[in-house]
Design a protein around this ligand. Structure first.
Ligand code: ATP
Ligand code: MG
Length: 228
């Protein structure tokens, strides 16, 4: 089928977003419409915004996708993020990137709960939490070994847990740097250090002070031997 014949009309929904209380003046709407048209995406909803990007949800063929566009007035790091994602997708980290340029990033839409919110729940299953920690640490190790530093692991707001498909996703690589990476040590601090999430983890697993000292020693050794 000719691509043009299959284009969706997103103008109505875009018109609505032009009056959106939060994002009305943060997006180049004409550009967004062009991007959606060229990539044959049906726009569904606004998902979230950060300091640099505004993220929408849409359908590309039968795939649910996230479309990240640069925030007007913010630093445009979209192309950089697309390139990093493409590289780390090759070793199974982060949402799959489908297409990107200076103006947009189209990637797999990640569903699930943000680690920060997950940790605020009352009944946390130990086995499940262990899986989350293990899987996050493994992905951080892979990033370290490929020398990609996410730089924001410690906040816990970029780790998303999708229980339906048993996957953990690390998102938002716009500040990522290609250098000696500290993802693993940051994730260890997030889970076992001094922050709110760590206190919760240590409480749930009843980690003793001597175990904590052992963990700190492990991280020091990792820094000394592996990150050398
Ligand atoms: N692939 C995705 N799938 C689903 N939701 C996403 C995806 N990427 C981003 N989001 C959502 O959009 C929000 C904003 O995205 P993101 O954090 O990448 O923007 P940002 O401008 O880089 O933010 P920051 O100011 O934190 O750097 C996220 O908090 C998340 O809720
Ligand atoms: Mg960001």
């Amino acid at each position: 089928m000719n691509r043009d014949e299959n284009n969706y009309n997103n103008l109505n929904i875009i018109e609505k977003f032009k009056n959106h209380p939060i994002i009305h003046d943060l997006v180049d709407w004409k550009m967004l419409n062009k991007i959606l048209k060229e990539n044959n995406i049906k726009l569904i909803d606004f998902v979230g915004k950060g300091h640099r990007g505004v993220v929408f949800k849409g359908f590309m063929d039968d795939k649910l996708v996230a479309v990240k566009v640069p925030r007007l007035g913010g630093k445009n790091t979209i192309y950089h993020e697309g390139k990093i994602l493409k590289e780390i997708n090759t070793f199974g980290v982060a949402p799959i990137v489908y297409n990107f340029s200076e103006d947009f990033l189209i990637m797999e839409f990640v569903e699930g709960i943000v680690l920060k919110d997950y940790m605020n729940q009352n009944d946390i299953d130990k086995e499940e939490l262990l899986w989350i920690i293990e899987e996050t640490l493994k992905q951080c190790l892979r990033l370290d070994l490929h020398k990609i530093d996410h730089t924001e692991i410690q906040g816990g707001k970029h780790i998303i847990i999708n229980k339906n498909i048993n996957k953990i996703y690390i998102i938002d690589f716009d500040k990522a740097k290609k250098r000696r990476a500290h993802n693993f040590t940051c994730a260890m601090a997030l889970f076992f250090g001094r922050c709110h999430i760590a206190n919760r983890v240590k409480g749930i697993f009843n980690i003793s002070e001597s175990e904590e000292r052992y963990i700190i020693k492990l991280v020091k050794n990792y820094k000394k031997i592996i990150l050398r």
